[in-house]
Design a protein around this ligand. Structure first.
Ligand SMILES: *Cc1c(COP(=O)(O)O)cnc(C)c1O
Length: 352
């Protein structure tokens, strides 16, 4: 029996079409900018995102870090949400490697940063103060329920940044999920920011790699920074070939993942002992994540639930923290997988 793996959409392995594209990929040395498959991926990505150029990077974390290093000098400041991936899950890299100072403000329940709070975080010019350089946004906002944030918000922040001579970076690890959920072109977001990072290796199923996109001069600097960080790869067309399939074939079908997450959430919340882990996104802003909390009254530990799901139903879930769980749907989670997951929860929680 196959596992249903809901721990993340990062667990997606390449589709059969990707394996075929990988086998046939024309290769070169990408540090010489000589790999035709990487070059093609970068052109396609720049075009889809409506940016002048793009750069293939080994990971989303490196893409975000490169963007921060390109936008800010040492001692300068980014404004970032307390639930942002850049702040929470990237090892403090902007501070450790870039000498960049994060000014952290709270994410609101809908995933956004309050423009009034951003405005009051922007520093005046004063000898005592770091210089405010970049506003970091995230869409979809992973830690706020994987919620999709609509384009008009990005227009507001762009305006605010322009008034203060600041840049805007979008951590769009799952930006295509946001575009599909809200049924808008992805350029509605990317056209409002100076730089954007998108992951190919999550719901889009590529084995590895992300895209960083922006203006031509920004990408020139980004390429240098990627080299400095050790991210210049050689015959990276092996990976880029899968990335091309991601962008051309795997975007529209993200709607299936959103549909499965909606169904999973709706049925899961009917089970006694399962509580919504946070404000549930409305149907149009929900993407491929379901957050829930295991009620404190239920006499089962998160570890035991995880163990039983895996042993008895071949359903893999992440134990999360403080009895809060996140389930993530993706290409390899079928209708049967959703049914099996619900069956696992109903059986286990009904029997304790
Ligand atoms: C996964 C993720 C990243 C980092 O991507 P990696 O490829 O895992 O380094 C950045 N931001 C968000 C919102 C993510 O979900």
């Amino acid at each position: 029996m196959n596992f249903v793996d809901l721990r993340s959409d990062t667990v997606t392995h390449p589709t059969p079409e990707m394996m075929e594209a990988i086998a046939k990929a024309k290769l070169g040395d990408d540090v010489f900018e000589d790999d035709p498959t990487v070059n093609r991926l970068q052109e396609i990505a720049a075009e889809k995102l409506g940016m002048e150029e793009s750069l293939f990077v080994p990971s989303g974390t490196m893409g975000n870090l490169i963007a921060m290093l390109a936008h800010c000098n040492r001692g300068e400041e980014i404004i970032v949400g307390d639930k942002a991936h850049i702040f929470r899950w990237e090892g403090g890299n902007v501070a450790a490697l870039g000498g960049i100072h994060p000014y952290v403000i709270p994410n609101q329940a809908n995933g956004t940063l309050d423009p009034v709070k951003i405005a009051s975080a922007i520093r005046i010019e004063d000898v005592h103060l770091p210089r405010s350089k970049t506003i970091c946004l995230e869409n979809t906002q992973n830690n706020c329920g994987g919620v999709a944030i609509p384009p008009d918000y990005f227009a507001t922040i762009r305006q605010l940044a322009a008034e203060h001579n600041m840049t805007v970076h979008l951590d769009g690890a799952r930006l295509f999920n946001a575009a599909v959920a809200l049924n808008v072109p992805v350029t509605d977001f990317s056209s409002q920011v100076d730089s954007v990072m998108v992951c190919l290796s999550k719901g889009l199923c590529a084995p590895a790699g992300s895209i960083l996109a922006g203006r031509k001069d920004f990408i020139y600097t980004a390429r240098k920074l990627r080299k400095m960080l050790g991210g210049g790869m050689r015959q990276a067309g092996i990976l880029a070939a899968a990335g091309i399939v991601s962008l051309e074939k795997m975007v529209d079908r993200l709607a299936d993942d959103h549909h499965n997450a909606t169904k999973l959430g709706q049925e899961l919340f009917k089970i006694e002992g399962i509580e919504a882990g946070m404000k549930i996104p409305t149907e149009s802003t929900l993407t491929n994540m379901v957050y829930f909390k295991l009620s404190n009254e239920l006499p089962i530990s998160p570890e035991k639930l995880v163990e039983r799901c895996e042993k008895e139903f071949q359903v893999k879930i992440d134990p999360g923290s403080y009895r809060q769980f996140r389930l993530v749907t993706h290409y390899w989670v079928t209708d049967e997988g959703v049914e099996r997951t619900l069956e696992a929860f109903r059986t286990i929680l009904g029997s304790i």
